[in-house]
Ligand binder design. Structure first.
Ligand code: COA
Length: 390
């Protein structure tokens, strides 16, 4: 490892500096303009339920069809902490005849949607770091769905930003961003790159079943970017990456069967299992202890006292899960300052959630404050990134 930490001319200061130490130089965030409140969402869902039950009244009375139950804003807020979510295509989602986002298919000469919003977030991260795109070596597009099979979204983003290097896509569902950060950090540690963009465009509205009462309120759209760099070239104000840890354990409790092989099975097209489905209760019960233990074990490995972590930027899936995980890690009930949430306005944005929390709630911390970016989700998958402000 020491061999990799040879000295290098610092591009910004001209000084020699150690290399091989990964840091977060800056983050970027794209938030769609449109937003759907719980009230709007539930009104449209309940209109759909009424229409369905009226259209199927005879079959429901005969016991051949099950009546649909209405949704409620009180349930949504209490069960999840979500009050609203941003989306890329509001009207069709709220139209009880459609209830899915719709957009024009784009031509090959236009930027795809994921690349477009990923580039906006990436540009912001570069600007905040004072970094020229020409100095970036690699782009990882780390997200829970890719808009197409190939060419990789990351390569389109790389081209749009004018980066001379390489890019590839990676999908680890809600943990994609932290898995991307560790991958980027490993490129730095290994000396294969000095500046890596981890971009997470999450258009989750496209894989959510807006007609499913159990989950129609969960997701929102967004894009984030994290610039992971070698300390030697990073801007003066940055976050040292103290350690990263990844874990996966197979589970069917969060699943989406959409895939290119489904095309050969026409009768399956449009089935609900080709969208997001979950056993929410089981996820809650199984993931909370797994993640809390992982954080505690990783803290010990890094010689950190978890109860002294200044802030936890946890995956934003559910307020209750975060409350429990934070309590187990910190040893007391966390307040908003210790474990900030963005669930109320963004909903669950899959892999982008913990990065939004970090982006919006990290400027106020002081030098040497230590915190944790942590994701968890389908797979199961979980990732921790311990950081310290310089
Ligand atoms: N409106 C009103 N009531 C609803 C409802 C809705 N939209 N959806 C479900 N309910 C009802 C259910 O019918 C059930 O009623 P019953 O007790 O009479 O049977 C009750 O609310 C509880 O349902 P349940 O699904 O068990 O809710 P929950 O308390 O487990 O909360 C989740 C649901 C999804 C919010 C919760 O399980 C969760 O957050 N799990 C983890 C999810 C997660 O993080 N997934 C990762 C995705 S990346």
């Amino acid at each position: 490892m020491r061999a990799m930490q040879d000295t290098l001319q610092d591009k910004s200061t001209g000084h020699d500096a150690l290399t091989g130490r990964p840091v977060i130089s800056a983050t970027g965030l794209f938030t769609p303009e449109e937003s759907i409140s719980n009230e709007e969402l539930v009104a449209s869902f309940n209109e759909y339920v009424e229409r369905f039950n009226a259209a199927n009244a005879d079959a429901i009375t005969a016991g051949d069809v099950e009546a649909l139950a209405p949704s409620s804003t009180e349930f949504i807020e209490k069960a999840s902490g979500i009050k609203a979510r941003h989306v890329m295509s509001k009207d069709p989602i709220l139209n009880p005849d459609i209830m899915t986002p719709r957009w024009e298919e784009r031509g090959n000469d236009e930027h795809s949607m994921m690349a477009e919003i990923g580039v906006i977030a990436a540009r912001q991260a570069l600007e905040r770091a004072g970094r020229d795109a020409g100095d970036v070596d690699a782009v990882l597009c780390a997200a829970s769905n890719m808009e197409r099979a190939y060419p990789a979204m990351a390569i389109e983003i790389q081209q749009a930003l004018g980066i001379d290097g390489f890019g590839f896509d990676m999908n680890v569902a809600c943990s994609s961003a932290t898995f991307g950060i560790q991958t980027a950090a490993d490129y730095i540690r290994g000396g294969n790159a000095k500046s890596v963009l981890v971009v997470s465009p999450e258009i989750t509205s496209g894989h959510l079943n807006w007609r499913d009462r159990d989950s129609h309120f969960i997701f929102g759209d967004v894009a984030t970017a994290v610039l992971v760099e070698d300390a030697a070239i990073a801007p003066e104000a940055h976050w040292e990456i103290l350690g990263t840890k990844l874990k996966t354990v197979f589970s069917n409790n969060i699943r989406n069967n959409f895939g290119f092989l489904n095309r050969a099975v026409p009768e399956n097209a449009g089935n609900a299992d080709k969208l997001f489905v979950q056993e929410g209760r089981k996820v809650f019960k199984e993931v909370v202890p797994m993640v809390a233990q992982m954080i505690i074990d990783e803290s010990a490995r890094l010689g950190l006292d978890p109860t002294l972590l200044r802030r936890l930027w946890l995956h934003q899936a559910n307020a209750g899960m975060n409350r429990l995980i934070a309590q187990r890690v910190l040893g007391h009930e966390a307040n908003d300052d210790e474990s900030p949430t963005v669930l109320d306005t963004y909903g669950n944005t899959s892999s982008a959630g913990s990065i939004i929390a970090f982006h919006k709630h990290s400027d106020d911390l002081g030098a040497n404050d230590t915190g944790l970016i942590c994701s968890f989700g389908a797979g199961y998958s979980a990732g921790t990134v311990f950081v310290r402000k310089t």
